[in-house]
Design a protein around this ligand. Structure first.
Ligand code: XMP
Length: 510
C-alpha cells in the first residue's frame, strides 16, 4: 500500500493534511515529529510531509526533525513550519517575527517551472498563518512563488526532491491547495492513488480472521457509528463468535433502547440486551455532583459488562471502535509523549478483565468509518446519528436524578429533536438537546400559578466537539419548541436558550 508519512510538528491542521491526502486516494499516516528514520522506514513511505507547528524554528526547544529524514530517498514536502525547518537545515535563513502574515494572501509565480506547481495559474490566494518567514533560501533551492510583500511562498530543490510551502494547502481557503497536494503525490512521489475503502474492508476482514483465529470476541455496542461499524465488520470475519452487548443504563432518550435494538435486528448481529436501568438509577440516587455521577456510571458499567462477559465462555477479545484521532501520537511539547484520549465508556475494561483488544478502525477517520458503514449496509440512521455522551441524560439532568425528572427531560428532549429535524439546517447541527435545571420558577397556566422546573435548549455546531458555537436556530422553530414543551410536558414551565460557545462553556452542562 502506498503510504505518505506526515511528521506532526504540532499544527492544528495535521489531521486535515492526512485527510486531504487520503481523499486523493493515497493512504497517509501521522507520526510524531521526533520519529527517527528507522521508525519512518517501517511505514515504507513513498513521500514525507513535515507539518506546520505553533512554535518558531528559532526557539531552542522547538520540534526539530531527525536529519536522516532527508536521506530516506523519498520526496519531502515541508508545510509552513516544515518549510522553515528545511530552510535552516540546508543553510538558508529564517527571520523571526518581523513580517507576520495571517489569513488570506495573494501569491505570484516567479516563472520557474516545477512539477509541484504544474497546471497552476500565475497568481492565486492562499491561507497563511505564520510569524516567521524565510529571509534567504538555501543555496540549492529555487524560488517558485512569493507573496506581494516578497516573502518566499513556494520553494524547491528539484534534484533532491525537497519542496516547501509557506502556506497551508490543506485548508479550504487556499485556492489550488488540492492541486498542489495532488502534484506532490502523483507527479513527484509517483503515487497511483489506489487507496480504496472497499479494498480496505476486504483486507481488514482477512486480518481480523487471522488475528482472532477461532477465538471469541466481545463488544459493547452503544448504538453509535463507531461501535456499530466495528461490530458489523468483525462479524463478517468471525460470524457468530462475535457476541455484542447493548446496555440500557436507564439514561437513554425516549424509546432509544427499542429503536437501537430494532436497528441492530436488521444487521444480523448477535446482540444481547442488558437492561441495567434499575442498577444505575439506584447507584445514582441522591447524587447531584457531576463528577460523582460520571464515576458511578463508569464503575457500574464495568460491573454490568463484567457480569455479561462472564456468561460468554472463552471470550478472549474485546472489540472497540477506537478511531485514528483517538490514538494519534503527537509530538507536542513533551517530545514523544503520546496523547491518548481515554474512552469514556469502556475505559478500564481491558486492564481489569484480561482481554486482548481488537481495534479494527484505529487507522480511520470518522468520515471514512461512515463510508465503510455504508459499504457494509449499516442503516443511514445509525451512520448519521449525532454524538450522545456515554453517561447519557445524567449529565443533562442537573441536580439529583430521579425517574420522574428523567421522564420530564425525555419528553422535552424528544420535542426538541422532533421539531428541529423538520428544519433544513438540522443536518449540519453537531448536537441539539434539552437540559433540565433543578431550578423552579413561577409561571401561569390557565388561571393557576405554576411552580416548575426550567429547561434549557442547547444546540451547537462543531467539527469535532473540541470547540463549538451555538446554532442560530430560526425564531419560528424556537418558538414552537418552547410552546410545545410548556404545553405538553408537565414539570416544565419555562424554556431558555443557551447561547454560549465552547470555550468558555462545554457542550454538555456537566
Ligand atoms: P463537552 O461537554 O466536553 O463534550 O464539550 C464534547 C463532546 O463529547 C461528548 N461527551 C461525551 N461522550 N462520554 C461520551 O461518549 C462522555 O462521558 C462524554 N462527555 C461529553 C459530548 O456530547 C460532546 O459531543
Amino acid at each position: 500500500m502506498e503510504n505518505i508519512v506526515i511528521l506532526d510538528c504540532g499544527s492544528q491542521f495535521t489531521q486535515l493534511i492526512a485527510r486531504r491526502i487520503r481523499e486523493l486516494g493515497v493512504h497517509s499516516e501521522i507520526l510524531p515529529w521526533d520519529a527517527d528514520a528507522a521508525r519512518i522506514r517501517t511505514s515504507r513511505p513513498v513521500g514525507v510531509v513535515i507539518s506546520g507547528g505553533p512554535q518558531s524554528v528559532t526557539d531552542p526547544d522547538a520540534p526539530n526533525i531527525d536529519d536522516s529524514v532527508f536521506s530516506l530517498g523519498v520526496p519531502v514536502l515541508g508545510i509552513c513550519y516544515g518549510m522553515q525547518l528545511m530552510t535552516r537545515r540546508f543553510g538558508g535563513f529564517v527571520e523571526s517575527g518581523s513580517s507576520r502574515e495571517y489569513g488570506r494572501m495573494r501569491i505570484g509565480m516567479t516563472g520557474t517551472q516545477s512539477r509541484l506547481t504544474e497546471g497552476l495559474p500565475d497568481s492565486f490566494e492562499v491561507w497563511m498563518s505564520h510569524g516567521d518567514h524565510i529571509g534567504r533560501l538555501p543555496d540549492a533551492f529555487d524560488l517558485l512563488a512569493e507573496t506581494e510583500r516578497r516573502v518566499p511562498a513556494v520553494m524547491m530543490d528539484e534534484r533532491r526532491r525537497l519542496y516547501g510551502l509557506q502556506f497551508h494547502p490543506e485548508v479550504a481557503h487556499t485556492q489550488h491547495g488540492t492541486e498542489l497536494l495532488s502534484n506532490f503525490l502523483f507527479r513527484i512521489c509517483g503515487c497511483k492513488g489506489d487507496w480504496d475503502l472497499g479494498n480496505w474492508v476486504e483486507g481488514m476482514i482477512r486480518e481480523i480472521s487471522s488475528t482472532v483465529g477461532d477465538g471469541r470476541v466481545l463488544c459493547a455496542l452503544s448504538g453509535g457509528v463507531d461501535s456499530t461499524v466495528a461490530a458489523v465488520l468483525t462479524s463478517k470475519a468471525v460470524g457468530d463468535r462475535l457476541e455484542c452487548v447493548f446496555v440500557d443504563n436507564g439514561l437513554l432518550r425516549l424509546r432509544e433502547a427499542e429503536s437501537v435494538l430494532e436497528g441492530y435486528g436488521r444487521l444480523d448481529l448477535n446482540v444481547r440486551f442488558s437492561d441495567a436501568s434499575d442498577r444505575f438509577l439506584s447507584a445514582l440516587e441522591g447524587v447531584a455532583d457531576p463528577e460523582r455521577k460520571r464515576k458511578i456510571i463508569g464503575e457500574t458499567f464495568i460491573r454490568v459488562f463484567e457480569a455479561e462477559a462472564a456468561s460468554v465462555e472463552g471470550a478472549g477479545w474485546l472489540l472497540q471502535g477506537t478511531l485514528y484521532p483517538d490514538i494519534i501520537e503527537s509530538g507536542h511539547k513533551g517530545k514523544s509523549a503520546s496523547v491518548i484520549k481515554s474512552h469514556h465508556n469502556v475505559g478500564g475494561l481491558p486492564e481489569k478483565m484480561n482481554f486482548r483488544v481488537l481495534e479494527p478502525l484505529r487507522d480511520l477517520f470518522k468520515d471514512e468509518v461512515r463510508k465503510i458503514g455504508a459499504l457494509l449496509g449499516v442503516p443511514e440512521a445509525i451512520l448519521t446519528r449525532k454524538p450522545f455522551p456515554g453517561p447519557g441524560l445524567a449529565v443533562r439532568c442537573l441536580g439529583e436524578i430521579t425517574p420522574e425528572r428523567l421522564e420530564v427531560l425525555r419528553k422535552a428532549d424528544a420535542i426538541c429533536t422532533e421539531e428541529l429535524s423538520r428544519w433544513e439546517g438540522y443536518a449540519s447541527v453537531w448536537q441539539a438537546f434539552c437540559v433540565l435545571l433543578p431550578v423552579r420558577t413561577v409561571g401561569v397556566m390557565g388561571d393557576s400559578r405554576t411552580y416548575s422546573e426550567a429547561a434549557v435548549l442547547r444546540a451547537v455546531e462543531s467539527a469535532d466537539g473540541m470547540t463549538a458555537d451555538w446554532v442560530r436556530i430560526p425564531y419560528d422553530y424556537l418558538d414552537r419548541i418552547a410552546r410545545r414543551i410548556c404545553n405538553e410536558v408537565p414539570g416544565i414551565n419555562r424554556v431558555a436558550l443557551d447561547i454560549t460557545s465552547k470555550p468558555p462553556a462545554t457542550i454538555e452542562w456537566e
